[in-house]
Design a protein around this ligand. Sequence first.
Ligand code: G3P
Ligand code: MG
Length: 279
Amino acid sequence: MSASSIDASETSPLSSSVSSPGASSLSPSATEALPRLMAHRGLSASAPENTLAAVRAAHEAGFTWVELDVQLLADGAPVIWHDATVKRCSNGHGRLAKLSLAEARRLDVGTWFDASFAGERMATLDEMLALIDTLGMGLNLELKLARGRDPAALAEATVPRAMAMLPATRLIVSSFSRSALKAARGLEPDPTRLRLGRLYDKIAKGWETEARSLEAFSVHGDWTRLTEARARAIKAAGYRLICYTANDPEAFAPLWQWGVDAAISDDPRRFCGRLPDAV
Ligand code: G3P
Ligand code: MG
């Protein structure tokens, strides 16, 4: 498949444009539309998740947005990493939050996935932002708060850096942590300058109150736990609706009709040719 056939650029017909007025204070024009697909932790089906290699793979496959997780090391350095420990995705062990940057960078974070990625290093937020900027991509940056960690410290160490590197239309800061999002909003009160996405497993009853108080751009939820009624309510209120982690395009198909804007997928290539022309 060619990259052009799956390009989800902001002007692509495969993009989602939303203009319904509502509680969201953003009224994005069609040129600011989100892509239909975001590569989860980079193209994590083809490369070790949350690495520079995974982002390059997403770009090479024609995708314009990635979702990545960010956490802080013991010395406060922000790195792109999902788990609370380094066991699953490196040749080391122990808690991420106990490592210094020097220790974290000694780990091999590629071989666990495939020998061809041997020597891949844990990406710092700064080097990841530089790559995304160079590639002209968009980033859904998930503030991943490990147990016992300070949400304000996470927001302070990450959000200003991301905002300095990427234009507002190519950045969404998302989190399951309301405190982290609140701290992020405190750093940038203008919702047109910082787009926030509230993440849920199952989108909770109080989503609208939270979205309004955060001046959120988007609401994100587990697609298997989303109901049509909730999807339609979120869209009627003027928010973007983003679902994770969708790897089965056939099962996911009805959700486009409900108004879902974008799917975050480990392998968005599966959706190629299976996106709605218009919804
Ligand atoms: O941002 C959506 C998704 O990444 C949330 O779950 O555990 O994969 O970070 P997780
Ligand atoms: Mg994530």
